[in-house]
Write a protein that binds this ligand. Structure first.
Ligand SMILES: NC(=O)c1ccc[n+]([C@@H]2O[C@H](COP(=O)([O-])OP(=O)(O)OC[C@H]3O[C@@H](n4cnc5c(N)ncnc54)[C@H](O)[C@@H]3O)[C@@H](O)[C@H]2O)c1
Length: 373
C-alpha cells in the first residue's frame, strides 16, 4: 500500500500487539492523538492482540478496541488492517514486524527495535518503502524537543560534553520476580536494550552520530544472563565526548533519565522525573548573574504547547506517546519524513552492538553505521 493511499483513506485500522504496560500507553495514544492534534486520518482501534483472552476482554472494553485476538500471525495478515503496532517483548519485534511489513502494513515498533543489530538490519530491509516508527517517545517530551531547538539555534555553541544516565532501582528488590526483561532469550540484553537504547537515541537526536565507544557491563543479581548496568564512554562525530550509562540498581531513582550538555556558550540539563522543566545556562551573560535557569517548558513558544494545555499547565508521561503518534500520522499525510523510523532504530542498535563488543573485549570499538541513509 502506498503512502498516498494510506493518508487519503482517512481511516487507518490499527492492530496493537501487546496488552501490557505499553499496550496501555499506546491504547491511550490512539484514543487521544486525534483529540489534541489535527490528524487528517482517523485511527480506528480495530483489534488488540495478546496471550490472555480474559484480560484482553477487559483491556478491549476499557480502551475501546473493537476486537481481541490471541493470534498475531493471523492479525498481521488481515486485509482490513493498515497499521500493525508491536508492543510485545523484544523477541517478538522482528518476527511480527517482518511479517507485517511482508503484508504491506505500516509498522510501528516499540524500542529497542531489535534484539541485535543483525535482527535490526533484517527489519529495516523488510520495511523498506513502508512508513515505520520506533517508539522512542522521549524525543516528544516538549523539554527535550526544546533542547534540540536551542542546540540548533546555536544557543550552547560547540558541544564539548554530552553526559547522560538512565537509572531505575527495580533490580535492587529481591522479592521482585524475574520477567522476560531479565532473560536474554526474550529481551536480547538487560539495561543495554531496555534503558540505554533510550539514552543512545536521545544522544543521536541531540548531538549527532557516535563514532566509537568503550564500555563495561555488570550483572549484580546472580543467575541472570543479562546486564544490570552498562556504562559507556563515547566519541561523537561533532568532536564532543560523552558518558552514557544505564542501571537497574540506581537506588534512589525511580525513572531518572537525564542528560547534561556542555557547550562553549552554555549548558542544557534535563531530568525525566521533572519532565516539564529544562535547565539552561547562557554563559555569555555577565558572570555575576550567571546561573542555570529552570525553564517551565509548557509555552509560550515551546514545542507541543499549543496542542496540550495553557502555559504553566503541566503534562505527563502519556503525552509523549500521544505526540509521537500524532507526528507520525501527520507525516503520512504531509509526506515529511518521520523520525525515529526503523533506520533510526537501527542506528541505535549499531551503537548498542558496539558497546556490547567493547565491554566484552575491553577495547575501543568503532560504530559502523555505513549503509544507513
Ligand atoms: N517506550 C518506552 O518508554 C517503553 C517502556 C516500557 C517498555 N517498552 C517496550 O515495550 C515492549 C513491551 O514492554 P512492556 O513493558 O509493555 O511489557 P509487558 O510485559 O508489560 O507486556 C508485554 C505484552 O506482550 C504480550 N505478549 C507476549 N507474548 C505474546 C504473543 N506471543 N502474542 C501476543 N502478545 C504477546 C503479553 O501478553 C503482554 O501483554 C518492549 O519491547 C519494551 O522494551 C517501551
Amino acid at each position: 500500500m502506498n503512502r498516498e493511499r494510506q493518508a487519503a483513506g482517512r481511516t487507518l485500522n490499527v492492530a496493537l500487539i501487546g496488552q501490557g504496560f505499553m499496550g496501555r500507553a499506546h491504547s491511550n495514544a490512539y484514543l487521544q492523538a486525534g483529540r489534541f492534534f489535527d490528524l487528517g486520518a482517523q485511527l480506528r482501534r480495530k483489534v488488540i492482540c495478546g496471550r490472555d483472552a480474559a484480560r484482553l476482554e477487559d483491556m478491549a472494553a476499557r480502551w475501546e478496541w473493537e476486537e481481541i485476538s490471541t493470534d498475531w500471525r493471523a492479525v498481521v495478515e488481515r486485509p482490513d488492517i493498515d497499521i500493525v503496532d508491536v508492543a510485545a517483548p523484544n523477541a517478538l519485534h522482528a518476527p511480527i514486524a517482518i511479517a507485517a511489513a511482508g503484508a504491506g502494513k505500516i509498522v510501528l515498533c516499540e524500542k529497542p527495535l531489535a534484539m541485535s543489530a543483525e535482527e535490526g538490519a533484517r527489519m529495516v530491509e523488510a520495511a523498506k518503502g513502508l512508513p515505520t516508527m520506533v517508539w522512542f517517545n522521549y524525543r516528544r517530551v516538549p523539554a527535550v524537543a526544546f533542547a534540540r531547538r536551542l542546540i540548533e539555534e546555536g544557543r550552547i555553541g560547540r558541544v564539548f560534553h554530552y553526559r547522560a544516565a538512565y537509572l531505575q532501582q527495580s533490580g535492587n528488590d529481591p522479592t521482585r520476580p524475574p520477567t522476560w526483561k531479565t532473560e536474554k532469550a526474550q529481551a536480547g540484553s538487560g539495561v543495554l536494550g531496555d534503558l540505554l537504547s533510550h539514552v543512545v537515541d536521545l544522544a543521536l537526536y541531540l548531538n549527532g552520530a557516535i563514532t566509537e565507544t568503550q564500555a563495561l557491563q555488570k550483572t549484580f543479581r546472580e543467575g541472570r544472563d543479562v546486564d544490570d548496568a552498562t556504562l559507556a564512554l563515547v566519541r561523537f562525530a561533532n568532536g564532543s565526548v560523552g558518558t552514557l550509562e544505564a542501571s537497574r540498581f540506581g537506588v534512589g531513582c525511580r525513572n531518572r533519565n537525564t542528560f547534561e550538555i556542555h557547550g562553549e556558550r552554555g549548558m542544557i540539563r534535563f531530568n525525566l522525573e521533572d519532565l516539564n522543566r529544562l535547565e539552561f545556562l547562557d554563559s555569555s551573560e555577565p558572570g555575576n548573574v550567571q546561573g542555570a535557569r529552570s525553564v517551565l517548558v509548557t509555552g509560550p513558544d515551546h514545542p507541543y504547547a499549543g496542542n496540550f494545555w495553557k502555559p504553566g499547565h503541566i503534562i505527563g508521561y502519556e503525552h509523549t506517546f500521544v505526540a509521537a503518534l500524532a507526528d507520525f500520522v501527520q507525516s503520512l499525510e504531509t509526506g515529511v519524513a518521520f523520525h525515529p523510523d526503523f533506520e533510526d532504530g537501527q542506528r541505535v542498535q549499531l551503537v548498542l552492538a558496539a558497546m556490547e563488543k567493547a565491554a566484552g573485549s575491553g577495547r575501543c570499538v568503532r560504530v559502523d553505521a555505513a549503509g544507513l541513509g
